[in-house]
Design a protein around this ligand. Structure first.
Ligand SMILES: C[S@@+](CC[C@H](N)C(=O)[O-])C[C@H]1O[C@@H](n2cnc3c(N)ncnc32)[C@H](O)[C@@H]1O
Length: 227
């Protein structure tokens, strides 16, 4: 069943697909960035993210992530300062994942305004069993490159370098990487550049189409580069 989703971005609902369409213990690495739950609009255009009204989608997806991950493999789950403690509490009490590390991601830039400006995101490293890691220079404070936003871009696009570093640390060439909230397709692009197989799922058609274009253009660039 997994072949249907392999090396493509699928337009669909990850709760349904992981609940029925992806085999248990079939994924080598999960890198995923679910809606955090803060329900806000982004930027001047007030862009929104599906299922971002509250953090409940995290509680539904995390047990499914455990189910599809192979033993002795890792899952990187992004969140923010507001929900990290609630999600950690859920993982510790309701799942079989071990929490190995909390990574603080420092964004290159932040918007000026009243009160306290947020320049960080967080990523929980979850383990099923005892995974192995590849790099010797992986800090739990990572910097994220500036993402130039316009009317079309995904408001939560992650830095490509950051995602590639995570993938290099926790997988090998040919491995299958899952991102079930793939947004603008950063994980798919990273996998294609690093010779990993991928399963990416995105429910919002607008971002699904944007990610297909991004993946196509990136792959074309890679081929030109190789030539
Ligand atoms: C925080 S964003 C991910 C951004 C991504 N990391 C990137 O670099 O572009 C979360 C994404 O999950 C999608 N989403 C929300 N509910 C979903 C569901 N049930 N199944 C699949 N995708 C979903 C949203 O449309 C949104 O694009």
């Amino acid at each position: 069943m997994i072949e249907k989703y392999l090396n493509k971005i699928t337009l669909g609902d990850s709760l349904q697909i992981l609940g029925g369409g992806v085999n248990d213990s079939s994924i080598d690495l999960i890198v995923t960035d679910p809606p955090y739950g803060d329900g806000c609009g982004y930027g001047r255009n007030g862009k929104t993210i599906l299922n971002n009204e509250d953090e409940s989608i995290n509680y539904k997806i995390i047990p499914l992530l455990y189910k599809v991950l192979k033993p002795d493999k890792s899952c990187y789950l992004f969140t923010n300062w507001k929900f990290e403690s609630k999600i950690r509490h859920f993982i510790e009490n309701e799942t079989n994942f071990n929490i190995r590390m909390l990574i603080c991601i420092v964004k290159n830039n932040f918007g000026l305004g009243y009160g306290f400006r947020n320049q960080s995101e967080y990523c929980l490293v979850l383990e099923k069993g005892n995974p192995k890691y590849n790099l010797n220079d992986f800090s739990n404070v990572l910097k994220m490159q500036h993402i130039q936003h316009d009317q079309e871009t995904h408001p939560h696009q992650k830095g490509l370098y950051l995602i590639k570093k995570i993938i290099r640390h926790s997988s090998n060439e040919g491995d299958i990487v899952l991102d079930c909230f793939s947004g603008s397709g950063t994980t798919a692009v990273a996998c294609s550049e690093l010779n990993r197989q991928f399963i990416c799922i995105e429910k919002d058609e607008k971002y699904y189409k944007l990610s297909l274009d991004r993946l196509k253009n990136d792959t074309a660039q890679q081929k030109l580069f190789i030539l």
